[in-house]
Write a protein that binds this ligand. Structure first.
Ligand SMILES: [Cu+2]
Length: 417
């Protein structure tokens, strides 16, 4: 249905006359095509504009299931992104950087046997590149590819994630960071404010067992295509297979209950949407910084006198209160947008979906920590762990634990003290 059809439908409604009466009083909103934007022009707000650079930046993103050892005793299944068909397929996926105003061409290659889309969170793009299944596009089936094209705007720190059964697929690792560089930003690396380095810090939490990942999937148009098995919520039933349904029951927990009778209570009620999923209710117990828990978190390394820009992204569903010892952050950007007056915070509360950019001025040499103050510094409910990392100045490296992320070769933190 296009806008004209919607307008025709609207004309049948009794409330339409009153509604259009209201809208007449708002500058630029009078029902004529092409004039809606003038309300923004009439308002005295400074919405960031980005000029096209005329350049094209291209990326390939591949998706494949893998595992990730996030802490010494915790290895979890992930649906990982990579910028290479050969992997590694990681959570989070690669950080995609472009100059603001570049044309981005990002080809998503779905190497898994399930449908996905990619949503570009924070980006102003054409609606049919927005990656919402059944609203802006058909899901991209297993084995297929789709090329997203849009201009990199607005400038700033944004992120991307799957929007099919979104909470579940994000929990499986389908997310990554977007950085659109602004040449006029004084806080850019090499800019007039002396920033020397730029580091992305993605916060997330996971159910280490992915307890709910085997929930039933309901295809409301083809009810035979449903199944609770194998941890694959998009499971397609074998020919002749039937799946028992009971609207009163939520899907059983497949790790503790018999999943052969799994049902999706929403299925019978939701003939208005092509695919439904049981509510994703993981037991969030393992907290991650850039896909790893302490002690596998990468330290922030500083040289005295430098200024490092940290780009925080909250890809999870919990708030994360990032606290740094011995220093105070200067917050310069919220959700990618430069704040008019940067402000000081030693504890930065970041809600789900939000991004904050903060400058860390290295003026207090030593070895320190930065951690989540919202009780998320644990792995599988055991403290310390989780969103907790070292902040180490040059000259203090020998007091750091080894960084064994993928080797499993872990040296205890206090051995050398
Ligand atoms: Cu997905």
């Amino acid at each position: 249905m296009d806008r004209r059809d919607l307008l025709k439908l609207g004309a049948l409604g009794a409330g339409t006359a009153a509604l259009s009466g209201c809208l007449e009083n708002i500058p630029g909103v009078n029902g004529k095509d092409g004039e809606a934007a003038s309300a923004l022009a009439a308002a005295s707000v400074d919405k960031p504009e980005v000029e096209s650079t005329g350049e094209t930046t291209s990326y390939d993103l591949f998706l494949q299931p893998d595992t990730q050892k996030v802490a010494p005793s915790i290895e979890i299944p992930v649906w990982g992104f990579s910028d290479s068909a050969n992997g590694p397929f990681t959570m989070p996926g690669p950080t995609l950087r472009a100059q603001a105003g570049d044309k981005l061409r990002i080809t998503f290659n779905n190497l898994q046997d399930m449908p996905h889309t990619i949503h570009w969170h924070g980006v102003h793009l054409p609606w049919d590149q927005d990656g919402v299944p059944f609203i802006s596009q058909e899901p991209i089936a297993g084995g297929e590819s789709f090329t997203y094209e849009f201009e990199a705007k607005p400038a700033g720190t944004h992120w991307y994630h799957c929007h099919v059964d979104a909470l579940h697929h994000i929990d499986m690792g389908m997310y990554g960071t977007l950085v659109f560089e602004d040449p006029d930003d004084p806080w850019r690396v090499g800019g007039p404010n002396g920033v020397t380095d730029d580091k992305v810090i993605v916060l997330d939490e996971v159910d280490k067992n992915h307890v709910h990942s085997a929930g039933a999937y309901a295809d409301t148009q083809n009810p035979q295509n449903a199944g609770p098995e194998s941890g694959n919520p998009m499971h397609t039933a074998e020919q002749g297979e039937t799946v028992a349904r009971d609207v009163a029951n939520r899907p059983p927990n497949p790790t503790t209950e018999d999943s052969s009778q799994a049902t999706n209570p929403a299925q019978e009620e939701r003939d208005w949407y092509p695919a439904t999923y049981p509510a994703y209710e993981p037991e969030l117990n393992t907290y991650m910084l850039n896909g790893y828990c302490f002690p596998y978190t990468e330290p922030i390394r500083l040289t005295e006198g430098e200024a490092k820009r940290l780009r925080f992204v909250n890809a999870g569903t919990k708030r994360h209160s990032m606290h740094i010892h011995g220093h105070t952050f200067l917050v310069t950007h919220e959700d990618g947008h430069r704040v008019p007056d940067p402000y000081w915070k030693d504890t930065l509360d970041i809600a789900p979906g939000q991004r904050y950019d903060a400058i860390l001025f290295a003026d207090n040499p030593g070895i320190w920590v930065m951690h989540d103050h919202s009780g998320h510094a644990s792995n599988n409910n055991i403290y310390p762990g989780g969103i907790f990392t070292a902040v180490a100045y040059e000259g203090f490296e020998d007091q750091l634990p080894n960084q064994p992320q993928n080797s499993g070769d872990f040296v205890r933190w206090y051995d050398d003290l």
